[in-house]
Design a binder for this molecule. Sequence first.
Ligand SMILES: [Zn+2]
Length: 229
Amino acid sequence: MKRFKILWALFVVVFFSGLVFASGAGDQALQKLMDGNKRYVAGNLMKKDLGETKRKELTKGQKPFAIVITCSDSRVPPELLFDQGLGDIFVIRVAGNVVDPIALGSIEYGAEHLNAPLLFILGHSKCGAVTATLEAKGKPEGNIGEIVKKIMPAAEKAKKKGGTEDEILETAIKENVKNVYNDVMRKSKIIPELLHEGKLKIVAGEYDITTGKVGMIELPKATPAKKAH
Ligand SMILES: [Zn+2]
C-alpha cells in the first residue's frame, strides 16, 4: 500500500510537470506579462538592465516574447505596466488601439519574423479616443475621423446596451477591443494561420489607469475572412 502511494505521488508529479512543460510558449509569455503587472501594481518592480552591455547584446538581434497593441495614451506605457525591459515586448501604439494595414503589418512582422508567441490587445479605462467617439457628432473628418470611424461600431453597440455614462464608456472600451481582435483575424492572412498552427496565442485585456491592474477580456470567436471571388 505504501509503495502504491509513493508510485501514485510520483505519477502525479511527473504528470503535472509534463502539463506545465507542455503549456506553450504563448501561455508562458502571458504569465510573464501578468507577473510583471502584479509587480507593477505592488510597486515591486524588477531590476532592469538598461545599460550599455544589454544594448550591445541586443544589437545582435531582438527576440521579443510578446506583441502588445495598445493606446497611445501617455498613462498606458506597456513596458512599464507589464514591468518589462529592453528587447522584451514588441509594441504597436495607436490612439484607441485600433488597427489599420500599417498596424497589422507591424503585428505580422512581430509574429511571423520575430516569432513572438503572444499577441496582447490592450484597451484601457477612461480612453479618450473611445470617449471622443461616443461624443462625436456629424460625419467623422480628417485623420482623427479615421480613428473615430474604427471605434464607432463599439460606441454604437454600447449606446444601444445603455446604462450610466461610465457604464456606456466601459462597454464601448471592451467592445472596441473585441472589434480590434475581429479586425486582426479578418484582415490579416498570416495571423489566423499562426493561431491555428498553435504558433501564436491571442489574448485581450483592459488596463485600469486607477488601480494599475490589467484585467482579461474574453474574446469572441472570430469570423473567418470572406474569400474574395
Ligand atoms: Zn486611449
